[in-house]
Design a protein around this ligand. Sequence first.
Ligand code: PGA
Length: 248
Amino acid sequence: MRRKWVGGNWKMHGSRAMASALAGAIVEARNGHCDVAIFPPFPYLREACAACAGSQVMVGGQDLSEHETGAFTGEVSAAMLRDVGCGAVLAGHSERRQYHHETDAQVAAKVAQALEHDLAPVLCVGESLDEREAGQTAAVVARQLGAVVAHCGIAAFGRIVVAYEPVWAIGTGRTASPAQAQEVHALLRSQLARDDARIAGSTRIVYGGSVKPGNAAELFAQADIDGGLIGGAALQATDFLSICSAAG
Ligand code: PGA
């Protein structure tokens, strides 16, 4: 039985005061059984880590450099995230792939950096609307997942959370139907199972894209959906906590 996982991706929202208040409210009210992580913007990681210290709520970065250290202005390394108290990090979010042209190879190198520094990587994969309409969904997510399997090895999926986030469902209010999401989750799991059935059976594959309190329970009830990565609804403690409760 896989333990459910829910993450809150705050994207470029918030302030120091908001980070302390939101993280504090989540820590105070949270008493369920699923794993919960929050991903605030870099400047607010300290506030969030302070609020979550000693709690079950993990704090993570929204991105990391694929390099260890060096002349990479504007980048943040895995070691730095670990140093300020992070336990997780997103890699390959579609907004990074789309607006910052991150390649599969870069994303795989980022996942490797995270693993090396003991951060739980949350590997985001997902197709665009054009790709879905062209019937390329399975091929796109297989390529994105396969790049990380090839670079990091199948054993790494004992620690990686995979987030299936169809780009057309992110921030659009257009959620994948539970059946549409389940279909892709099952494909991703069977791809991992070709390399190692035991690891595939234990890897958490979570869904992201317009998850709300009203649709979370039905999505999380699908056989291969092990929780969610939440954007918009992660900015209000009550909404986020209600989604966490839907996961257990
Ligand atoms: P959304 O974002 O819940 O606002 O659609 C999800 C994400 O991008 O992680």
